[in-house]
Design a protein around this ligand. Structure first.
Ligand SMILES: Nc1ncnc2c1ncn2[C@@H]1O[C@H](COP(=O)(O)OP(=O)(O)OP(=O)(O)O)[C@@H](O)[C@H]1O
Ligand SMILES: [Mg+2]
Length: 122
């Protein structure tokens, strides 16, 4: 299993390179998980993929629901069940989008969710 991360200054072609790399690798025999971890997401547009929910949406759901949850709610299991709602399955690869969390607060929780999801899925 290999992880390829693309980072760099704004507007230097990260998304363009990622899109071409995904298309190239998906044409081979490898199993591929593509992740758009840019809050200002546009990888789905480059790939021509329509994405429903994002990890940011998962964060909003957890924030909204946490006060209503019974104390013995298994949050890990709940999150795990949500992972498959935010995974867009394409014929040759899966796509996960971080998205932009609504409202105030930093991206830490969404980033931590992404880390946990990556550990689980990889
Ligand atoms: N090799 C290239 N030659 C010419 N234009 C390019 C090249 N790579 C990317 N571009 C164009 O440059 C612009 C920025 O590219 P892209 O969106 O991939 O950058 P980015 O690093 O993902 O930007 P951001 O930091 O905003 O996410 C786009 O209009 C893209 O089509
Ligand atoms: Mg980009």
């Amino acid at each position: 299993m290999k992880v390829i991360a693309i980072t760099g200054k704004g507007g230097t072609g990260k998304t363009a390179v990622a899109g071409m790399l995904i298309k190239h690798l998906a044409a081979g025999k490898k199993t591929l998980l593509a992740i758009d971890a840019d809050p200002d997401s546009n990888l789905p547009d480059v790939l021509g993929v329509k994405v429903g929910k994002t990890i940011g949406d998962m964060r909003e759901f957890m924030l909204q629901e946490r006060d209503k949850m019974a104390p013995d709610t298994n949050k890990e299991a709940l999150l795990e069940s949500k992972v498959y709602e935010v995974l867009t399955e394409m014929p040759r690869y899966d796509l996960l989008v971080l998205g932009r969390p609504e409202g105030s607060g930093c991206y830490c929780f969404a980033n931590n969710l992404l880390r946990g999801i990556m550990d689980r899925i990889l």
